[in-house]
Design a protein around this ligand. Structure first.
Ligand code: NAI
Length: 275
């Protein structure tokens, strides 16, 4: 039996709703492959910030630095500015643990309508690799004291509404919905735990209704299995999770009627839990 210690950070909003399905399916596929997970759940969140004045306790990152991986839901909630929430939790984890690669797979999935439907399932298989700990390349900035010991470089990021809108409109897609999109924050040197999290945020507009699509979180959990050296278990979990889509079951973000628990129940395996 291989055992892993996973730091679980549900965070805010639907983060706490999409992680339990991922956790339950991980446990189920793990049992089939001789893998056992011990979860240490961290209450790091905007709720904690409002009660204690900090998203993460002072020694928080030290407490999880020796875990095998981090599984995160989402961070951010109305009433706590975004420069406080991700910057008080997500960004420190990514930077402290040298997770300098942000990995985001995109696939055309059977059962998900797409402008690229003629490509068919498997016809689209992209992996977006984003720099995770350094700034953008705006080419606005400069250097002072070039070539001297006091050399100083200033680099600014420029983000315009027009530029972001056209990129986002183009990108929607391909993915089908943000609810299915997974991500990994990787320390390729494996000195620190890498982190796995759905791309989406805490979705305050639907949080508490039990209707969040759990697929992004389940897919992130499968990426964690792969990272931990279990590609077979990862592939089995993914095939089952996508199988529900192919069977015509989808959550509301994809135009379907399944809620979070309903989608998890529809995962077509003989081994998955039936909550
Ligand atoms: P969001 O991703 O939370 O929501 C955007 C839209 O997508 C909403 O209409 C929401 O209902 C929908 N959506 C997201 N995930 C879904 C799911 N699993 N199933 C069905 N529908 C889903 O982005 P938003 O509203 O810009 O941000 C809300 C909060 O989340 C903010 O505080 C933001 O800073 C934070 N955030 C955190 C992220 C993280 O923890 N990695 C990433 C993005 C935002």
């Amino acid at each position: 039996m291989t055992r892993y210690r996973i730091a679980l950070i549900p965070g805010d909003g639907i983060g706490a709703e999409v992680l339990p399905p991922a956790e339950a399916l991980l446990d189920a596929v793990g049992r089939r492959h001789g893998i056992e997970f011990a979860y240490d759940s961290c209450d790091w969140s905007c709720e904690r910030y409002l009660a204690e004045g900090a998203m993460v306790p002072d020694d928080g990152l030290d407490r999880i630095r020796h875990h095998d991986a981090v599984l995160l839901g989402a961070v951010g909630w109305p009433g706590v500015p975004d420069h406080v929430s991700p910057w008080g939790l997500l960004i420190p984890i990514r930077r402290t643990f040298q997770q300098y690669v942000n990995l985001r797979p995109v696939k055309a999935l059977a059962g998900v309508p797409s402008p690229l439907r003629s490509a068919g399932a498997g016809g689209v298989d992209l992996v977006v690799v984003r720099g995770n700990v350094e700034g953008e390349y705006s080419e606005i900035g400069g250097r002072l004291g070039r070539g001297t010991a006091d050399e100083l470089a200033v680099q600014e990021a420029v983000i315009t509404r027009k530029g972001v809108t056209r990129v986002v409109e183009y990108a929607y897609a391909v993915a089908g919905s943000i609810g299915v999109a997974p991500a990994a924050d990787l320390d390729p040197e494996r000195e620190f735990p890498s982190m796995f999290e759905p791309v989406h945020g805490s979705a305050p507009d639907i949080a508490g209704r039990g209707e969040a699509d759990p697929l992004g979180a389940i897919w992130s959990a499968a990426m964690m299995l792969d990272h931990l050296g279990h590609p077979d278990a990862s592939a089995e979990l993914l095939a089952a999770a996508f199988g529900a889509l192919a069977d015509g079951v989808s959550a509301a973000d994809l135009g379907g009627t399944a809620d979070t628990a309903g989608y998890t129940r529809a995962v077509p395996t003989g081994w998955a839990p039936r909550p």
